[in-house]
Design a protein around this ligand. Sequence first.
Ligand SMILES: NC(=O)c1ccc[n+]([C@@H]2O[C@H](COP(=O)([O-])OP(=O)(O)OC[C@H]3O[C@@H](n4cnc5c(N)ncnc54)[C@H](O)[C@@H]3O)[C@@H](O)[C@H]2O)c1
Length: 367
Amino acid sequence: MSPSAETASGDDVEVPNNKSRVTVVGSGNWGSVAAKLIASNTLKLSSFHDEVRMWVFEEVLPSGEKLSEVINQTNENVKYLPGIKLGRNVVAVPDLEHAVRDANMLVFVAPHQLMEGLCRRLVGKIRADAEAISLIKGMEVKMEGPCMISTLITEQLGINCCVLMGANIANEIAVEKFSEATVGYRENKEIAEKWVRLFSTPYFMVSACQDVEGVELCGTLKNVVAIAAGFVDGLEMGNNTKARQSAAIMRMGLREMKAFSQLLFSSVKDSTFFESCGVADLITTCLGGRNRKCADAFARNGGKKSFDELEAEILQGQKLQGVLTAKEVYEVLRHRGWLELFPLFRTVHEICIGRLPPTAIVEYSQS
Ligand SMILES: NC(=O)c1ccc[n+]([C@@H]2O[C@H](COP(=O)([O-])OP(=O)(O)OC[C@H]3O[C@@H](n4cnc5c(N)ncnc54)[C@H](O)[C@@H]3O)[C@@H](O)[C@H]2O)c1
């Protein structure tokens, strides 16, 4: 007889054997790449079911077809990752409850601003023994202070949550260009190693680090620094001057990332900033990626086009994280009286909301 497991609401779900079942909650650019990576490994690892479910926020394509149906017919996410086969064992599921129903390994990879609502919908719908990992960069700022997305998942769903962050540009990993990432975990090293096995491929090197907040804050805060780097790129300057300014922004950004993380969580380790999720991700994101690209366009337009307009124009459905994170970080700084301690973070937000011109970033990095 098949063993059974209980959902948090007490319903029995059938588990055919004790193999792990993976569901990816999210199917944007990185979500689709994560599903592809995982699906290539579940076929090889006997401790996992081959099938990987991917929850798809249903959209109707210009052709009139449903995105989830097209993914299942073509094995491609034609909207968020066109031209890349996900693997036949990836199944797109538009019903969230059905997607997570009997999974014991949940991979969260949706824009961070949607996570609170998503978790609310999942309460009582997931297995009580589920383990989660968050690939999401960002935080929620509440009255009582900042809440990391892994904490939000743990608090709302009552499950352990690791994080995976790194120097990852989804489109490049999709075409199997070399990249690396760090799994941050709290206590359970065995679970962290299971996640490492699930994600690792010869072109995607993953290691584990016992510092969940440090790893997650690296992934979150580097998007704010990338906005600053994008402003510098979009300003009229000679190439050498630009290179020096960008290097100064990255150095100061790393310093503020570390100081902010350690003020919030005294457990955050110095060494985490030298992992893939730290300096490597910071450099990668400041040189490429959507935050840098939109901030570059913002500066080129002299701040006259809003980030909302630029997001719609440049990213076509993808979401910009850095501007929102800059606002969230600013809220924390203001609330705690730390604004003077973090001039780069503060300046980025003030440029984003039009209080300062984009050129203010240069004045800041020269001071
Ligand atoms: N793309 C990357 O290179 C990359 C790399 C590392 C981490 N990340 C992180 O991964 C997370 C997800 O990014 P992504 O690139 O997979 O997504 P994306 O920005 O490419 O796509 C947005 C996704 O949100 C969905 N969506 C839109 N409106 C929605 C709604 N109302 N409710 C639910 N879903 C809705 C869309 O269908 C789509 O799947 C982000 O936190 C991002 O920072 C991305």
